[in-house]
Ligand binder design. Structure first.
Ligand SMILES: *[C@@H]1O[C@H](CO)[C@@H](O)[C@H](O)[C@H]1NC(C)=O
Ligand SMILES: *[C@@H]1O[C@H](CO)[C@@H](O)[C@H](O)[C@H]1NC(C)=O
Ligand SMILES: *[C@@H]1O[C@H](CO)[C@@H](O)[C@H](O)[C@H]1NC(C)=O
Ligand SMILES: *[C@@H]1O[C@H](CO)[C@@H](O)[C@H](O)[C@H]1NC(C)=O
Ligand SMILES: CC(=O)N[C@H]1CO[C@H](CO)[C@@H](O)[C@@H]1O
Length: 276
């Protein structure tokens, strides 16, 4: 489904359902409205170029950078002469608690969208808190399309579900994304095509991310998701090489000079992404 909305290079987000016009404090308007009524989009990485490694609590030799939107691990280039053709990772859906601070975020696995900024093939799970309501849902997106939410009657998501996301590019303009619920051994898969000629994949980046996504063109307030840890994470290339997270670049979300996340590469196949 292509929504015919002309996007600037960087605008909306992939997740159905949260418009974030911030009401005045004390207003009873929900900060996070029903996702299904909104246009959500996961976007390319907005890198913040200055490096502040001392602020990051680096626990490995991974390079740390800051982003307005992305926290997590990015393989920023495939081996010479190869391209990334798949990325996989497994995470447990975090349990969000209504705490008076409405917000949302999305955990996903994808190909491209960092240094290669004209396409992203991705899928994952969003989580949002609005008042007393916590919502979870799975989605997929080939940027610059908006996110498509997967019907929760078909693939319901709950806190504690162990979800494996597989992203497979079968060509630069075709791919398959799948989500597997390890808790019940059920799955959802769909074939996608590049939404435009300009959004073919480059296979230059592979990533495991928790994102501050956009809704109706504005960033959602970031929810406190605690920690999302991707495990069994790796990418594969056109030469059938399996690439670990060993040399991934770490991104932390920085907004208004505040560093909002803490990211740690725990092993060559895992990355823990915490809201701080
Ligand atoms: C970082 O790199 C140095 C030098 O290559 C190495 O001795 C050290 O073990 C590395 N540390 C980690 C945490 O990987
Ligand atoms: C995953 O499995 C658990 C346990 O059976 C179930 O509660 C949950 O709704 C399932 N989620 C999906 C997305 O199928
Ligand atoms: C999970 O489902 C797949 C496909 O339906 C099946 O082949 C596999 O045996 C199942 N695994 C378990 C542990 O039930
Ligand atoms: C990670 O992979 C190992 C080996 O295939 C498997 O035993 C384990 O269950 C996986 N972990 C998760 C959380 O899927
Ligand atoms: C694509 C997108 O939404 N980019 C946003 C990332 O975050 C910064 C602020 O931290 C916004 O200014 C960008 O618009």
């Amino acid at each position: 489904m292509k929504l015919s909305i002309i996007l600037g290079i960087i605008t909306s987000v992939a997740f159905p359902g949260v418009v974030w016009a911030l009401p005045p404090r004390g207003s009873s308007d929900p900060l996070v409205s029903r996702r299904s009524a909104q246009l959500q989009q996961s976007n390319p990485n907005t890198r913040i170029e200055e490096l502040q490694p001392e602020a990051s609590g680096a626990s490995s030799n991974a390079t740390i950078q800051f982003s307005g939107n992305w926290s997590g691990a990015v393989l920023v280039a495939p081996p010479e002469g190869e391209i990334f053709t798949s990325a996989v990772g497994t995470f447990t859906v975090p349990s969000l608690v209504p705490n008076g601070n409405d917000g949302a975020a999305a955990a996903w696995v994808g190909i491209d969208g960092d240094t290669f900024a004209t396409a992203i093939l991705q899928a994952g799970v969003f989580f949002s808190v609005s008042g007393d309501t916590v919502q979870y849902g799975a989605w997929y997106e080939w940027w610059p399309n908006f996110a498509t939410d997967i019907d929760t009657n078909v693939f319901p998501i709950s806190a504690g579900d162990v979800i494996t996301v597989n992203i497979d590019a079968t060509s630069n303009s075709e791919g398959t994304v799948s989500l597997i619920n390890q808790s019940s051994n059920t799955s959802f898969a769909i074939d996608l095509v590049a939404p435009t000629k300009l959004s073919v994949l480059g296979g230059q980046n592979a990533e495991w991310i928790v994102e501050d996504y956009t809704q109706n063109g504005g960033l959602v307030p970031l929810a406190d998701w605690g920690t999302v840890t991707f495990v069994n994470a790796s990418a594969s290339t056109s030469a059938n090489n399996k690439i670990s997270l060993q040399d991934a670049t770490i991104f932390d979300i920085e907004q208004f000079n505040d560093i909002l996340t803490s990211v740690t590469i725990g092993s060559d196949s895992s990355v823990a992404i915490s809201h701080t």
